[in-house]
Structures are given as C-alpha cells and as structure tokens.
Design a binder for this molecule. Sequence first.
Ligand code: FAD
Length: 467
Amino acid sequence: MKYDLIIVGAGPSGAFTALEFIRKNKDKNVLLIEKGSPIEKRRCPKEKTKKCVNCKPYCHITTGFSGAGAFSDGKLSLSPEVGGDLPELIGYDVTQELIDYTDNIYLEFGADSKIEGIEGKEEIKEIRRKAIEAGLKLVDCPIRHLGTEKAQEIYKKIEDYLIENNVEIKFLTQAKDIIVEDGEIKGVIITDSIKHKTEETVYADKVVIAAGRKGADWLENLCVEHNIAHRAGTVDIGVRVEVRNEVMEKVNNVLYESKLIGYPAPFKDKVRTFCQNPGGFVSQENYDNDLAVVNGHSYKDKKSNNTNLAILSSHNFSYPFNEPIKYGIKVSELLNMLGNGSILVQRYGDILDGKRTWQKELSRSNVVPTLPDAVAGDITAAMPYRTMTNILNFIESLNTVVPGFAGTETLLYGPEVKFYSNKVELTTNFETSIKNLYCLGDASGWTRGLMMASLMGVKMGNVLSNK
Ligand SMILES: Cc1cc2nc3c(=O)[nH]c(=O)nc-3n(C[C@H](O)[C@H](O)[C@H](O)COP(=O)(O)OP(=O)(O)OC[C@H]3O[C@@H](n4cnc5c(N)ncnc54)[C@H](O)[C@@H]3O)c2cc1C
C-alpha cells in the first residue's frame, strides 16, 4: 500500500502534524507509526512497584501515543524565547503566531483556560530586580499548565480524533530504516517493536520523522547512513534540584515557573533553570541503552510538599572531539554506575562539605525526596568538574533570588541530561536534504518542549497541505 503521508512517531510533533493535515485533507491516506502503545494502555509500573523496573523493550514514560508528553508536567510555554531554537529557523513573529494557533487547539481539546505568569506584575518586577542583582536574566514566559493527568486526557481526545478521521495508527511498530532513491524518499522499513521478528516496507510520497529525544540516536545513524545533512549542537548536562515548597512559594505563586539564565564564572558557560514543578514529583526516564536519567513533573490536583526544577549547563565541543551525545552518555553512565543503576541524590550541604550523602541523613531532612528509589551518594565523584562548578555557582546566584535555595538540605539528583544535540539541517518548511523527507520536534534538534514540538507539527501539517 502506498500512503500520501507517513509520520514516524506519535509524540506531540507527529500527532499535531497528523491532526492539522487530516483536517485539511480528509481524503488522504495517512499512516502514523508508533513504537509504543495507545495512550490508554500506557502504564508506568512504578505506580505499584514504587521502584523503576526498567521496562523492556521500552520505557512507558517516553514511548507511546503523545510520546514524552503523556507523563510530562504538561506545561505549555507560550513564548518563542523558550523551548528550543526553532524561531531562529522560521522567525520569532511566525513562531508567536503558531504558538497562539496551537494553544487554541489545546484549548479546543480541553486545556485549562488559566495562564500562569502574567498576573502580579509588581512581584515579577521584584523578582527581576533580585535576578539582576545576582547576574541572572529572568525570561518572560506565560505558561499554560495542563498537569500530567489532564495532559493525558487531552492527548487521548486527540488520539480518538485522529482514529475517527481515518488516520491509520500502527502501534507497537518501529521504523527501522528509510528507503531513499536518487536523493528522494520512497518509504520506510518497519518492524514490530517487541520482538523485531516481522519486517515490512511501507511506501509514501512524503515521510515525516518525529521520533523525539528517544529516537535521536536512531536518527543520527540514519543521517550518517543516508547522507542527510546534519550538525552537532550542544548537550545540556545538569541536575534536578528539589526544595520545600515554602522556599519557592513566592516564585511559584507569581510565575509558576522561573526561567533564569546565567553565565557563572569562571567558565561563563550558559547555565539555566528548566522545567520547574511546584508541588511536583521528581521522576526517572529510562533510555533503550539502559541509561537512567532524572526528570520532573507535577499533577494538576495531587501535590507534594516540594518543588523541583532542573539546572542545566550547556556544553559545546569543537576540535578534536565533537560528539555531544556520546559525551552526555558517558557522563550519565558514570553517574548511573555510582548509583548502581539508579538515580543518585545528594544534599547540597554535603557537596559543600566534600562528603557523600547517606540514606539515613535523607530521612532526617525537612526535604523528603519525591523520587523514593533515588540512591543517596556522591554526584561530585562523577560529574565533570566544569559542569559541577557551573551548577554550584549558579545555585549560589539563585539564592539571591530565592533565599534558602542554597540550603544544606536542598537535594540534587543526577544525571539530568538532554540529548537534543544532533541538529538536522532543515529548510523553513522542515524538509531535509533528502527530497520529501521532513524532520520535526525534539529528534530534529530544533525543539525542546511540548509547545514548540506541537507547533512544529502544526506548521508541518499546513506545509504538506499546500503541496
Ligand atoms: C517527564 C517529562 C516531563 C516533561 N515536561 C515538560 C513540560 O512540562 N513542558 C514541556 O514543554 N516539555 C516537557 N517535556 C518535554 C516534552 O515532553 C518533549 O519536548 C516533547 O514531548 C517532544 O515532542 P516530540 O514529538 O518531538 O517527541 P516525543 O514526545 O519524544 O515523541 C516521539 C515519539 O516517537 C516514537 N518513536 C521514537 N522512535 C521511533 C521509531 N523508530 N519508530 C516509531 N516510533 C518511534 C516514540 O515512542 C515517541 O512516542 C517533558 C518530558 C518528560 C520526559
């Protein structure tokens, strides 16, 4: 069978491509290939086991309909300043228009109408004044918070809509390779994602790859094998920090998420806060290569006593080494090794005292870890000196904006690593150097968040409708 359009990956970027395309092309054949399950069948066993069991063949947190969006915090960042480099490709004004358009789709499917971070202007001014004093930049970013459970409801409605509108979705199916002839895409080789026993070739006029962070390694191999133009970007390495809600109360209430950027001495690398979850929970993601990395999310209604956020340090390489993904993997492996396969957690005060943290010390703290299977240990024994220095100096600056942030009981979990470094060369219509092959979302290296990935899908659906 030949399709008009094949989309690989049913994360926000793939799902929104299908949604926008099918709304304008009801008579076209669209195939959506997804390695994981439908959203209603996605279950993280940790809810029962309380411990990550490293699901095989894939992690339910990141795989299945709506991709990494399903168990995310569901924070839609409504500013072009946040969520990746896409505005550099398509322009800031176009990005803002697409944010507004895509935000309306989320509202149509049931998102909360409240926007965080636009009220309390005087308080925001005060936070900005302190940020300036600390040498940090406060980025303005209104946020629509879906919440994990509501995000799942919204994505379920989108899944149903696609199925009702005749988008064929092959779940538990993995794209293995692509067929390219004379510089033009012809189809995709697919296999079942559990046992990899079957193999089939599906053909299409146009193919969109939207495989997410999880698919970044696979995509990089495709780029090398099929000569798809791409370049190495940056890798962001850091920790997830957790403090009591009382410490973050003001920022949580006024901004919900504080997006702060700094360039701490002595290296002057870019260091930033990312993905703040008031009353949230620290979580674990597992990659196919068995890497355990930390993340965080929060529910709309169920709240913890803690707030977590990531502190990430960007790294660039040039000569003689320029493989950021490999570097990020090595650092994560080392941290996982010290945690015996689990996420490591250490108190800030212990780091300053030059000692590891012990489990019994954690149980005496005001800050009770919301990732109960994280193992107390020594992050500094594995984190590169430059990254660790950047993180510690940034935390000291943040303490000026949020007094108490650099408290002795503040928890640091590691590794938090963002593997979005392989950047595919794209036209403004997201076409790769292979004719009719398009690439989107986090896998493309151009986005890093739900809104940007979703709007890239919306634009893709529009572009393909006009072809
Ligand atoms: C715990 C967590 C919390 C987060 N919280 C937020 C947040 O609050 N706000 C925010 O903006 N961002 C958040 N993010 C990031 C956000 O989820 C991602 O940026 C977004 O989902 C990227 O969308 P995507 O479509 O590019 O890729 P993904 O969502 O990763 O989807 C890619 C899909 O492709 C499938 N796939 C991969 N390879 C193949 C293959 N070979 N064949 C078939 N299918 C394949 C995968 O199974 C997956 O379903 C969070 C992420 C996590 C993990």
